[in-house]
Write a protein of this length. Structure first.
Length: 168
């Protein structure tokens, strides 16, 4: 019901397919121990695509049998479809131009690409680790990586206690 309400409020067609990542077949690895699928994260802001990178962990592929060859197949699947993915990311950037966003695309085992996640490009505070983190993962060294750029400059947030006073 919530998805239908959200679609109606956003003036989206109410009964078009909406992929739910957990229901996509992403099992590209026959033994079932890994889900080594093609996935790309785009960052968009101000109506433009800022950059993208493949979201594939080389370490996971290295542990898998035939992992290096499969990694190459995954990267090739991304490269073969990057123009279409870039076009979709550009269209999303134009629609959501009021903020900076991450946008994830994933390919299922039938070679269909789906947009599966969109999140604000911002920081959140982890009280467990006592530091600020990117809400959306960035490529290391990216000029848009807020955690690397400004994460250490923000103080620990003040959280009001039950008595209405703030504490750290």
């Amino acid at each position: 019901m919530h998805q239908l309400q959200d679609r109606l409020m956003a003036e989206m067609p109410p009964f078009t397919p909406l992929p739910i990542r957990e229901h996509l077949d992403l099992d590209f690895y026959p033994d079932g121990r890994y889900t080594l699928h093609p996935e790309v994260r785009f960052f968009v802001a101000g109506g433009e695509v800022l950059y993208h990178f493949p979201r594939v962990g080389k370490e996971t592929f290295a542990r898998a049998t035939d992992g290096v060859a499969h990694y190459e197949r995954v990267i090739n699947a991304i490269d073969d479809n990057i123009d279409q993915l870039y076009e979709w990311a550009s269209r999303a950037a134009q629609e959501f131009d009021d903020a900076s966003w991450s946008l994830d695309f994933v390919m299922d085992t039938d070679d269909n690409w789906f947009a599966t996640d969109m999140a604000l490009n911002t920081l959140y505070y982890s009280s467990e680790k006592n530091r600020w983190h990117n809400l959306s993962e960035h490529d290391t060294g990216s000029p848009y990586n807020l955690e690397e750029q400004v994460g250490d400059t923000f103080p620990e947030p003040e959280i009001p206690n039950d008595g209405g006073e703030s504490t750290r």
